[in-house]
Write a protein that binds this ligand. Sequence first.
Ligand code: ADP
Length: 609
Amino acid sequence: MGLYFSISGLLFIIILMYNFFSKERINSLETKIYKYMIILTSFGLLLDIITCIIFNAGLDYHSIAYVFASKFVFAYFVVWFLLFAFYIKSISITNVDNRKNLLNTTFYLFIILFFIVIPFIFILPVDYELVNNVIVPQGIPVLLTYGVSFILIIYSVYITIRYRKNIVKNKAKPLYIFVVLLMFNFLIQRFFPEAFLINFLLSLTVIIMYFTIENPDVKMIKQLNIAKDQAEKANRAKSEFLSNMSHEIRTPLNAIVGFSECLIESPHLDTEAKDHAKDIVDASNNLLEIVNGILDISKIEANKMEIVSKEYNPKEVFNGLCKLIIPRIGSKPIEFRSNITEDLPGILKGDVGKLKQVVLNILTNAAKYTDRGEIIFSVSCINRIDTKKCSLNIAVKDTGRGIKKEDINKLFNKFERFDEDQNTSTEGTGLGLAITKSLTEMMGGRITVSSNYGEGSTFRINIEQDLISMEAPVGSSEEIEIDYSLHTGKRILVVDDSKINLKVANNILKPYNFTIVEATSGFEALELAETGTFDLILMDIMMPKMNGVECLRRLKEIPGFDIPVVALTADAIEGQDEKYIQAGFNDYLSKPIDRYQLNRVLNKYLGGK
Ligand code: ADP
């Protein structure tokens, strides 16, 4: 009976070995030990089969062949339990600091044990007795084998209990299974002494270990999942870092742009100095674009980008974009033509901020990568009155350098730039189109490109927006003009903890002839607002001790307080304006302060055209 068990066990182990060795494996210590356990188990089963054959062939069990074979069986048991205990130890002390030292010590101890026990097994004599037709070996080698095996099992159980917190539940399974199997074996052995099953049970343990934890596929998937989690964590940390850095960079940039703009407008400077100041503004705006790009991509990757829908006038938006792009073309011999359909509805609803960003990006690219010829910006639409949807088709066609066929697929990848030799004179990060594609898709739209290298490219965006009304809203105007004389004598309170930012605000506000009062903290602002009268308060959000939102709350507690308060922040996050308006601010200005936006705010709250 034992023979049949051993043969079937061996067959099973051979299949398992084939499976195990033909697959790519994780190169961990426990997997290595397991590898030796499989090889050893197949060797043990082979030995079992040989001893059974010798016995069945009627050979005397006192013969040299039988004695030798049985001594190998004892040695096999000892080595098997040594490996098993070492395996258990290696999966138990995963999170321990001195894992390497502990494992090394165990390894050397086990080696010493091996060299003490094995010679005794081979040198000392063994007796055999035939009980109920079963050969029962006796003598010191037998006692040694059982004793050492028993100690190793106890040791394994002890290790599992001691390090139970470290062992992933699944990993303790082979030990539990083994203990149950061993008890099962004793029971069977007790009632059917002729069934010498121990070896078969050892192989069963190895097989079960394969199916529970050592299957290379399962292990690989687990390791990959761990690696994926780690990578995701690192990516989130990176996104957070980038977004913090971008915020930090925007604050000093605010000062650079602000002061340079003041220099351009200063009556005391000559043209050369003003030209330099203009170059500083241009370079800073480029830097700002890059910072915004990084902020955007990190937000997209961290899934923090949100769609903020608002009503807007599409004609106004697209005409505004044309005005923005003309200065980007500069003095290049390019004819810019816009072809905006007359049937654009008066009011659409969608994320107009992101729509502007994506269209401006492809227009800017056309301006950047075209040296001569023309750029045609066309907008057409299909209005579905019944479903209240408007499908916008936006196309930007240029006669620029074009994109090679093999590069088209990579066009929307991050940090991908082509024709580096030509690109050296054109600034960019290779983030623009990756952001454009992500934003377009977030809005439910599609972006496509067709291009002939050397002839030009056409970028098309198709996007659906809610159709609110075919009629344009009354009173909307594209231009904001400001009459500086209107503001003479008006009192403005500017609250910012950074002296340099206060100076920038002061300079920007100078042409309006306001009386400007500065406060460097929320507390100071509260004091000033209580004692003096103001027509407008510009309030920084990020201030130590009392932030802008808290300061506003306290201001509103002053009886009769009705001064408009505008939030100032370096957070260029889309949808943030709504947040500040919800917090009670009348309006919102992002840093670096854009003069167009500033005029809009001043006109709205101080009166103007
Ligand atoms: P950036 O302009 O910052 O390099 P983009 O992601 O906007 O990054 O563009 C990626 C690359 O695609 C550019 O570097 C350029 O090589 C190519 N490209 C984009 N638009 C055009 C265009 N209209 N014509 C030719 N090449 C273009």
